[in-house]
Design a protein around this ligand. Structure first.
Ligand code: SAH
Ligand code: SF4
Length: 435
């Protein structure tokens, strides 16, 4: 989501004549888009801004430094206590006003920080755009904010109430992208499978989200549809069935279960039981051949015992998630869990995290090795970071590296998989198809 926001702000500024430089050292203006999900993310952003502002005091580097996004929203003017000479603090809902603030601030005779973390009505339908160049794979925001109250989570505070964008505006963006060569879209929101809640109705058992998926699938040129993030409660039968019915919908689903212990799930404010995750995983796998599942897990939530963690570990291996974001609990000020304290010692959290990471490495390696000897349809992203080869992704988001010409970037190709490791498949071009 932050990537999409940064892309929007970049495009907006370029449309006003600013130029994006490849190297930070050449920049006159640096805007840091920030994440608040864990304490570490905020500390990193503050450290970065502090470093830039110190350099500026010595007459070096960027002349203008701003902080955008979630941390700006979360902390607002309080950031000036840590970073008194920041130029700009703009929250998640006011990004499209940045060019105005920049020009006002640049013209001001004495430096004053511009701080804007206001709530903006209707901004879900009026987000900053994007550049004209072809994007093979694009993020499309369909929803802002979140009305769930997961006890650990700062998102409702930083992204505001849940608001869904209109299908007309989403489809217009997807059509424009497809006409410009986009082949894969990822629909973005905090809880996308509840898209439309409070704005559009479920009709005949079909939710607004599934209707939207069907409409996106009808856009000529769109061959892959993904969505993130989603909540287990949003996987109702119509969405599970959609994976069987809509060929463009990828056979890869994110099912963030957070914990395998019902006691911890209840304390986290996650309104499901571990058993529901098992049933959902089975239903999703049954809906589509080759379906892979990914997840998010938090270890060390207050009150998590060894026995609770054992349940998480058991579920993680039983379902066989091949991709996962694994987090140590980070207490966030202002969240419902704050009063519970941070009771699990750091070394215990680390040991639990390490066990899950080991398990994940095994599961993804096993999944990848199973692909050896198959032919995979790969969307080519670009040159691989090293070795002069190409890199792309399968429908299951497995990374594939192979030899090929740069002219294949943005196309679908078939690749014979010869080898595999924990994070990649390695193969050679079978035959190319131009789309
Ligand atoms: N809206 C999405 C994701 C939100 S944040 C969802 O509900 O799935 C992404 C992930 O960060 C969460 O799924 C959770 O696993 C993790 N996370 C959120 N707050 C956290 C915290 N305080 N400490 C550790 N991990 C956290
Ligand atoms: Fe946070 Fe996701 Fe829960 Fe919303 S649904 S509060 S974004 S974890």
């Amino acid at each position: 989501m932050n990537e999409r926001d940064s892309e929007g702000v970049g495009a907006l500024l370029r449309s006003k004549g600013y130029v994006l430089v490849a190297d930070e050292a050449e920049a006159d203006i640096i805007l840091i888009n920030t994440c608040s999900i864990r304490g570490l993310a905020e500390e990193k952003a503050i450290g970065k801004a502090d470093h830039l502002l110190r350099a500026r005091r010595e007459g070096k580097g960027a002349k203008f430094v701003g902080i955008l996004g979630c941390m700006a929203q979360n902390r607002g003017a309080e950031l000036l206590e840590r970073l008194p000479d920041l130029d700009l603090i703009v929250g998640t809902q006011r990004l499209r006003h940045i060019p105005d603030y920049l020009s006002q601030r640049l013209a001001a005779p004495t430096p004053v920080a511009y701080v804007d973390t206001a709530h903006e009505e209707g901004f879900e339908d009026a987000l900053p755009g994007r550049d004209d160049g072809r994007q093979v794979s694009a993020y499309v925001s369909i929803q802002q904010g979140c009305d769930m109250k997961c006890a650990y989570c700062v998102v409702p505070k930083t992204r505001g109430p849940e608001r869904s964008r209109s299908p007309e505006s989403i489809l217009a963006e997807v059509r424009a992208l497809a006409e410009n060569g986009t082949r894969e879209v990822t629909l973005l929101g905090q809880i996308v499978n509840q898209y439309g809640r409070g704005r559009f109705r479920t009709e005949g058992g079909i939710s607004p989200f599934v209707r939207l998926l069907r409409s996106v699938a009808e856009v000529p040129g769109i061959e892959r549809i993904r969505y993130t993030a989603c909540h287990p409660i949003g996987y109702r039968p119509d969405l599970v069935a959609a994976h069987a019915e809509i060929p463009q919908l990828c056979a890869q689903v994110h099912l963030p279960f957070q914990s395998g212990s019902d006691k911890i799930l209840r304390a986290m404010g996650r309104p499901y039981l571990a058993e529901r995750i098992r049933r959902l995983a089975a239903a999703l796998r049954a809906s589509r051949k080759g379906m892979t599942l990914s997840t998010d897990v938090i270890v060390g939530f207050p009150g998590e015992t060894d026995a609770d963690f054992a349940l998480t570990e058991a579920m993680f291996s039983e379902i066989g998630f091949e991709q996962a974001f694994l987090f140590k609990y980070s207490m966030r000020p202002g969240t419902p869990a704050e009063p519970l304290g941070d009771t699990v010692p750091v070394d215990v959290k680390e040991a639990r995290l390490f066990r899950l990471q080991q398990q994940l490495a095994m599961q993804s390696t096993t999944g990848n090795l199973r692909q050896v000897g198959t032919v995979q349809r790969v969307l080519v992203d670009g040159p691989n970071r090293k070795g002069g080869r190409l890199a792309g992704r399968t429908e299951n988001e497995r990374r594939v590296i192979f030899d090929g010409d740069l002219s294949l970037v943005g196309q679908f190709v078939d690749v014979d998989i010869a080898r595999a490791g924990e994070t990649y498949l390695d193969g050679k071009l079978a035959r190319t198809k131009s789309i």
